[in-house]
Write a protein that binds this ligand. Structure first.
Ligand code: C2E
Ligand code: MG
Ligand code: MG
Length: 343
């Protein structure tokens, strides 16, 4: 570049030429000659964007990540189209009387090659692509239809749907939600809850606040998911007017063996009360957790102690068995004893 940039004098006038260089290095970039030249060319365009006299080395690792990202996005698009996605439902239980108040809808992918795939195995790769909005809208439609089906048999259970930041920030979110609710007919929108994480508001808290208020105007409710793992800013708590806080399972899991996790869990319960919000503990796996959370004043519990997420078709049978179970009686009885002791 220095050689090219050396001044050249033409008819007494000094001219300088600047160059940009794009390069890729074989064998790290282990491709055919044509592809190597194309990669070097791509790198040159990046160099040009940086400005005159710049160079850029083709990033092999980033390129393969982008390519596998495209691959997974296309596979998930296809999965949505072919009906390979479904929602599993996990109950939320009232800690006082052990009644079932609602369910969280959790995404599952029935991949013909890999079997049942957890959302954590594909959502992180697609959460910044438009497909996450299509999945979110599909999930809301499914949940609304499920609410309607349960209500028709007298089960007024709410359903929470997880909505990604990218989707919630779409300009048309409220409009589309209104349309889904309208198309569903007589569904009570108060039974639809939208779970968002705090980071949804990182870029524009005022806009997100307006969106939440707008959706609440349609009758739906909101929960802040995984509370405690993000910024947990009190300003967010004030500006994100959600009805519910969900304590992240990482705190709940160790609260009986880790004094700090116990303090964080009870502090979040206290915060929720102070802000007049319902508080849900996630990841409740044992009766000891259940009783400790009840003592703290936590409102609802969700976790493997009551049930793992299950297909919609299993929910009614699960509930019938749950209210007959010895565990249900034990949890209720302990509450009855507590009430008697108080009286
Ligand atoms: P999340 O919303 O915090 O959901 C709770 C996760 O904890 C679920 O994992 C659930 O199966 C798991 N869980 C519940 N109880 C227990 C327990 O007692 N012990 C343990 N160890 N785990 C428990 P899952 O279904 O794998 O979902 C993981 C995450 O993926 C969710 O975390 C949520 O962030 C995301 N996700 C799930 N479904 C959707 C969806 O439809 N849309 C979007 N955007 N995200 C979703
Ligand atoms: Mg959630
Ligand atoms: Mg969570």
């Amino acid at each position: 570049m220095a050689a090219i940039h050396a001044p050249c004098i033409i008819q007494g006038i000094e001219f300088r030429v600047s160059a940009c260089i794009g390069l890729t290095v074989y064998p790290k970039d282990n491709r055919s000659v044509d592809t190597l030249l194309r990669h070097a060319d791509q790198a040159m365009y990046v160099a040009k964007q940086k400005g005159p006299m710049s160079y850029h080395i083709f990033d092999v690792i980033h390129d393969s990540k982008v390519k596998s990202g495209f691959k997974i996005i296309n596979r998930v698009k296809e999965a949505l189209r072919l009906g390979e996605l479904s929602l599993f439902y996990q109950p939320k239980i009232c800690l006082n009387d052990c009644s079932v108040v609602g369910f969280e809808a959790l995404l599952r992918w029935h991949d013909p090659e890999r079997g049942l795939v957890s959302p954590l195995d594909f959502l992180p790769q697609i959460e910044n692509d438009k497909i996450i909005c299509d999945i979110g809208e599909w999930a809301i439609e499914q949940a609304v239809a499920q609410i309607s089906e349960w209500c028709a048999t007298g089960r007024n259970w709410s359903i929470s749907v997880n909505i990604a930041a990218r989707h919630f920030q779409e300009k048309s979110f409220i409009e589309r939600l209104a349309l889904v609710l309208k198309n569903a007919g007589h569904v009570n929108p108060g039974l639809l809850d939208i779970e968002i994480v705090e980071s949804v508001a990182l870029d524009n808290i005022e806009y997100v606040n307006k969106c939440i208020v707008g959706c609440q105007g349609l009758g739906v409710t909101f929960s802040i998911d995984d509370f405690g793992t993000g910024y947990s800013s009190l300003n967010y708590l004030k500006q994100l007017p959600t009805q519910t806080l969900k304590i992240d399972q990482s705190f709940v899991r160790d609260m009986l063996v880790d004094a700090e996790d116990f303090s964080i869990t009870s502090a979040i319960v206290g915060l929720a009360k102070a802000f007049n919000k319902v508080v849900v503990a996630e990841g409740v796996e044992t009766q000891e957790h259940f009783f400790a959370l009840r003592k703290m004043g936590c409102d609802l519990a969700q976790g493997y102690l009551m049930a793992k997420p299950m297909p919609a078709a299993d929910v009614v049978r699960w509930e019938a068995e749950y209210v007959q179970s010895a565990q249900y009686r034990a949890l209720r009885q302990a509450h009855g004893v507590a009430e008697m002791a108080l009286a």
